[in-house]
Design a binder for this molecule. Structure first.
Ligand code: BEZ
Length: 196
């Protein structure tokens, strides 16, 4: 079980001599980059989908009451739409620290909005990390997210900001929008779309 991914990410240095590097953002990077970049372009990765399957002990939850944050899951035929940032390799050290609770840099092929394929990186948390939660019924995920909170703020706000960022980009994501709908229902005191 990996609890701190910084050392492994330092060894994932295949792109460190290439300047610049494309970094694919699919989660909080859609609404808060927090680093300098040369350019950013709407982009997609094929064969991956975003899911709230990673636990957050250090940003949107605590070890006692983890939040749920996004990771990418491999799914044949799936597509994840996001944003590609062209960055200097120096950007990765602070990101490795920010995302140390389970995320590893993974090399993947990114399709930019003009159709060009570029090689780049994304931060992905897999089932072998200590904060991994995995799948759960949508209603259970929403209930967990509704109450979780951590040093970076409420887990609920992370989902709502993300859904808003996706909408502004013209992306539809049934997984994110489904959880968003349930969070809004829970806030109104309703049982939720499924009636559970
Ligand atoms: C992202 O927004 O792409 C992201 C998700 C998890 C960790 C780091 C970045």
């Amino acid at each position: 079980m990996i609890a701190d991914t910084r050392a492994r990410n330092r060894r994932m240095n295949a792109f460190d001599k290439r300047e610049p590097v494309w970094l694919f953002g699919y989660g909080s990077l859609l609404f808060k980059a927090g680093f300098n970049y040369f350019e950013r372009r709407p982009a997609r990765v094929r064969g991956w989908v975003r899911r709230f399957w990673q636990g957050s002990h250090d940003h949107r939850g605590t070890p006692q009451a983890p939040g749920r944050v996004l990771t990418l899951i491999e799914q044949p035929g799936g597509v994840c739409e996001g944003m590609a940032y062209r960055v200097a390799p120096a950007v990765f050290a602070p990101l490795d620290t920010r995302e140390k609770n389970g995320y590893l840099r993974l090399a993947l092929s990114i399709t930019l909005d003009d159709g060009h394929e570029v090689s780049g990186l994304a931060y992905i948390a897999g089932p072998d990390n200590a904060a991994w939660l995995g799948p759960a019924p949508e209603a259970d995920m929403a209930a967990q997210i509704a109450t979780a909170s951590g040093p970076s703020g409420r887990n609920r706000d992370y989902v709502l900001k993300l859904a808003e960022a996706l909408r502004q980009l013209g992306y539809a994501d049934a997984h994110v929008f489904g959880i968003e709908r349930r969070l809004r229902s829970l806030a109104k005191g309703c049982a939720g779309p499924g009636g559970e």
